[in-house]
Design a protein around this ligand. Structure first.
Ligand SMILES: *[C@@H]1O[C@H](CO)[C@@H](O)[C@H](O)[C@H]1NC(C)=O
Ligand SMILES: *[C@@H]1O[C@H](CO)[C@@H](O)[C@H](O)[C@H]1NC(C)=O
Ligand SMILES: *[C@@H]1O[C@H](CO)[C@@H](O)[C@H](O)[C@H]1NC(C)=O
Ligand SMILES: *[C@@H]1O[C@H](CO)[C@@H](O)[C@H](O)[C@H]1NC(C)=O
Ligand SMILES: *[C@@H]1O[C@H](CO)[C@@H](O)[C@H](O)[C@H]1NC(C)=O
Length: 591
């Protein structure tokens, strides 16, 4: 057979297609005028790398693309938003980078010493942030503890007191614009201050009204873990505290013992989102992997304006209004979710493997949350998403939030909204939920065929792993408790089950949990989830519960767990907590 040279070339091209893979090289010391096709001519910015990926996908949508991120810090000026445009038709796009860090921060340098051991540095006027990170650790707000919250009386407009020992509050310079934080049994509430009068604070609305509504609230906490007045320069007293004067473009910080501000690495978190992987239900983002890439330095500014009307595990009242008629149940179906630094929704076959997730000012990774927690505006719809081998520390909210809490999450009108096949495994969580302390390392709401396995959770203030949401109120037939509370005047009493089923919390190690709250467990469930396993987990070193099947927890198979904390090993609470089977658990009988 004789082949012409043209035929040979076509043949070679076909062959090449089959095996070809494109590589794009990126380095923080590169240049955006490079094309990035070789490691000797790397692209500099993540934004230019994304363009290079898109150009490559136009050339071929069947070749794998690997973006090699050289070690270094990549300061993002805006979030990296990945859609189906950033996905190959029938191949995968991999972003790999051991040692590469995507940062949403503003590096702060040039600290100068002032009085009382307080240092300051200039930042651009108007810089907004609620988070300063020093040598990898979150600084605290400039703050002072209220000796006894029982000295306060709570009115519809604010706080009053008669004890002279509290008069420092109204005389604090900058008190209008500061805020108060109240840590309760299972909520951690923030309310901004409008102004001060004699022995009185006028609080900003509608946060104040809503923070005194419902359960475990400011005026009626189920437990008291302290109240702080915070976020005014005049309150900066202890090492590890900071204050940002946005109007003046100045940040203040008092170092901890041993910290040297000439060499300390300091960042203000300024971006709220780092990476948003999100398509649409018609055109999902897909086949995207991040391997060994690290993420840091975000913030969440909404709290400064509307407070944090916390309802636990990152759910909060987000609307700046008061509700009429005033029934707390009317708003339960419409709570928002705290956003995460990394967001994945309307997406499939997405892997985040390895890497460090630290110094994140709200959530860490949000998977298929409600639309309000996604920059793309399209929530839910995550399938075959895997978060594995990551190290999580210094995350202010939930480290990982999978699933939504609104009606579309539990009774989706479109099957493409269902969150399924989510795998969270082999991750380490150390000292997380460090600011919004009623959040948790892993919260999984309405999902199916999903697994949380072999994670190591060490040091966290509230529960360890939460599975399920809705307190049973959205399960088929509803809940007598929520009939009594009047919820069904505001939402359906569903006759069909939620999508939750066939999940597993398996083989996790959970220790030093629950040090900052009460009413919590290493393994905390809510609502019905048939064929769902809570198995082979080991929990110890806590006064919290082992398993906690709270309201509506139903149809779980709880087996092979070792529950050695001093709280009740298998606490049960509320209506419809039936049909759970307990086999082969080993436990110590707690209080
Ligand atoms: C792309 O990479 C995957 C592994 O990540 C591999 O299974 C697949 O064969 C590759 N596809 C092509 C077209 O090379
Ligand atoms: C994560 O951080 C640790 C400690 O700083 C470091 O040794 C490790 O290389 C980091 N991992 C990655 C993938 O960058
Ligand atoms: C946990 O992190 C916080 C800051 O986010 C820090 O103040 C605290 O000392 C850390 N605790 C431990 C046990 O490392
Ligand atoms: C919230 O609503 C109140 C009026 O009820 C208004 O005064 C305030 O400016 C609003 N705050 C924000 C941040 O929109
Ligand atoms: C009871 O739980 C099992 C195991 O999850 C499940 O298969 C079964 O459907 C449940 N029965 C009812 C009536 O919910």
């Amino acid at each position: 057979m004789k082949m012409r040279i043209q035929d040979l070339l076509v043949f070679a091209a076909l062959l090449w297609r089959d095996v070809a893979a494109a590589d794009i090289y990126v380095s923080s010391s590169g240049s955006d005028t490079n094309d990035g096709s070789a490691s000797s001519s790397p692209i500099k910015s993540i934004a230019a790398a994304q363009k290079a990926v898109r150009n490559q996908l136009k050339r071929s949508s069947t070749e794998n693309v690997t973006v090699h991120l050289a070690p270094g810090v990549y300061l993002l000026s805006e979030p990296l938003r990945l859609t189906d445009q950033d996905s190959a038709k029938s191949a995968s796009v991999k972003w790999i980078g051991p040692g590469a860090l995507l940062s949403g921060g503003l590096e702060v340098t040039g600290w100068t010493a002032g009085s009382q051991g307080i240092y300051s540095a200039s930042v651009p006027v108007g810089t907004k942030s609620r988070n300063l990170y020093v040598n990898g650790q979150a600084a605290n707000f400039a703050r002072r503890k209220v000796s006894n919250r029982k000295d306060f009386t709570y009115t519809s407009s604010g706080i009053k007191w008669t004890n002279a020992a509290l008069d420092w509050i109204s005389s604090t310079a900058g008190i209008s614009g500061a805020e108060i934080r109240f840590i309760n049994s299972f909520t951690d509430r923030y309310s901004p201050i409008a102004s001060a009068k004699t022995r009185e604070l006028v609080m900003k609305q509608n946060a104040w009204y809503n923070n005194n509504w419902g359960y475990d609230h400011v005026a009626k906490p189920n437990a008291d873990f302290g109240v702080w007045v915070q976020n005014a320069l005049a309150l900066l007293s202890d090492g590890g505290q900071f204050f940002l004067d946005s109007a003046a473009g100045k940040v203040y910080y008092k170092p901890l013992a041993g910290e040297n501000m000439a060499t300390a690495k300091t960042y203000l978190g300024v971006l709220e989102t780092l990476v948003a992987v999100g398509g649409t239900y018609d055109n999902p983002a897909h086949d995207i992997t991040f391997q060994g890439v690290s993420f840091a330095h975000t913030t969440w500014n909404a709290v400064s304006d509307i407070g944090y009307v916390d309802q636990q595990t990152g759910g909060y009242i987000c609307e700046n209004k008061t509700y009429t008629p005033s029934n707390f149940e009317s708003v339960r179906p419409w709570w928002c979710q705290m956003p995460s630094a990394i967001q994945i929704s309307a997406a499939k076959n997405v892997i985040f493997s390895g890497g460090n997730y630290t110094q994140l000012g709200a959530g860490g990774i949000g998977i298929g949350n409600d639309p309000n927690a996604h920059l793309s505006g399209v929530g839910l719809g995550a399938s075959y998403v895997s978060i594995q081998d990551g190290y999580f520390s210094q995350i202010m909210g939930n480290s990982i939030t999978a699933g939504g809490i609104r009606p579309d999450a539990h009774h989706p009108p479109d099957n493409r909204m269902i969150n399924s096949r989510i795998d969270i495994s082999n991750n380490i969580f150390y000292n997380v939920s460090t600011l919004y302390s009623s959040t948790v390392p892993i919260f999984v709401s309405y999902v199916q065929y999903s697994t949380v396995s072999h994670n190591d959770i060490d040091t966290t203030p509230y529960s360890g792993i939460c599975l399920g949401y809705g307190w049973g109120s959205n399960d088929a037939g509803g809940s007598s408790e929520y009939v009594n509370r009047g919820l069904y005047k505001y939402q359906p009493q569903y006759s069909t089950p939620t999508i939750s089923q066939n999940n597993a919390l398996d083989g996790n190690l959970i220790h030093r949990y629950g040090y900052g709250h009460t009413d919590l467990g290493a393994l905390y469930t809510l609502s019905k989830s048939p064929s769902t396993y809570v198995s082979n987990n080991y929990a110890f070193d806590s006064s919290g519960y082992g398993t906690y099947t709270d309201e509506g927890s139903n149809s779980y198979i709880i087996s092979g767990n070792v529950l050695m904390s001093s709280g009740i090993w298998s606490a049960v609470n509320g209506a419809n907590t039936g049909n759970n089977t307990y086999t082969n658990n080993y436990y110590r009988n707690g209080a």
